[in-house]
Write a protein that binds this ligand. Structure first.
Ligand SMILES: Nc1ncnc2c1ncn2[C@@H]1O[C@H](COP(=O)(O)OP(=O)(O)OP(=O)(O)O)[C@@H](O)[C@H]1O
Ligand SMILES: [Mg+2]
Length: 254
């Protein structure tokens, strides 16, 4: 074999909730080290695609391959293969401490490696080290997002699925989270990103897929997509990069 297989490949994937088809015939690839953005309106199917890649739901048709191998539809299978999911809404365990949340992300990791990984996360996200014994529910929104990303990184994934990492954050935290994602990219992490902040997406993504009604309506390099009218309408019309529309709703950090 001479051609290098993409890290992730979705081949005409369709996904259903019960009898309702939510995603139809979606094909995309992610090369190693590439950041691919999935964009589209609410309900377009972005989260559903991520859930299927993370093994949370089976494909109704088509195939998902990871590093050239068919991916089994089971969360542990995806995690063990090297896919980590940082879900929409962060979903940290509010009653558990920062450290305990990190350990949840480490359940496929060899015991002797866990402490080292936790320390690595404290290095990457110093605020988590400072607050290691604090309950996650008392962290600010931005800190919870750092924790959700660190929890996903505990498995040392080859591919990180990031679903709306800046949703609901104050503008300053949008920037901070964006900087962390950019740093992960610089370190070579492959990322599938769903992100509604246009300038962040444009800054980080190498290529983009626009989803509409469960299908991919348009794909291209980020430069091509920025030039297209569809993208201008979707992103620049609704979320002008210079005027963030998010309400700052973070808990006080005191
Ligand atoms: N658990 C579920 N059961 C039934 N239908 C669902 C379920 N989750 C999502 N859907 C439907 O599937 C479609 C795609 O939803 P999905 O959450 O993937 O969209 P999205 O692009 O992530 O939207 P958003 O930008 O609002 O997060 C929508 O029509 C949604 O109502
Ligand atoms: Mg979603």
């Amino acid at each position: 074999m001479t051609a290098v297989a993409p890290l992730l490949e979705l081949d005409r994937v369709s996904l259903r909730y019960g009898t309702t088809v939510a995603v139809r015939d979606v094909s995309l690839t992610i090369a190693r080290g590439e950041v691919v953005a999935l964009v589209g309106a609410n309900g377009a199917g972005k989260t559903t695609v991520m859930r299927a890649i993370s093994g949370a739901m089976p494909v109704a048709a088509g195939a998902i391959r990871f590093a050239g191998q068919a991916l089994k539809a089971a969360p542990h299978a995806a995690l063990r293969a090297g896919i980590a999911h940082c879900p929409e809404g962060r979903q940290v365990f509010a009653q558990m401490t920062v450290r305990e949340n990190l350990l949840v992300g480490a359940h496929t990791v060899d015991r002797q490696l866990i402490d080292e990984r936790v320390l690595r996360m404290y290095e990457m996200f110093p605020v988590l080290g400072e607050r290691r014994g604090q309950r996650a529910g008392t962290l600010s929104g931005g800190e919870q997002q750092m924790l959700a990303m660190a929890r996903a990184l505990m498995s040392d994934p080859a591919l990180l699925l990031l679903d709306e990492p800046t949703m609901g954050l104050a503008p300053i935290m949008v920037t901070a989270v964006g900087d962390e994602i950019a740093r992960l990219k610089d370190e070579g992490m492959s990322i599938l990103l769903v992100e509604e902040t246009a300038d962040l997406t444009v800054r980080i993504a190498d290529s983009m897929h626009l989803m509409e009604g469960g299908s991919v309506a348009l794909s291209g390099t980020t430069a091509e997509m920025v030039d297209s009218d569809v993208m201008r309408r979707l992103y620049l019309g609704e979320h002008p990069p210079t005027t963030p529309t998010h309400e700052p709703n973070e808990a006080p950090t005191a």
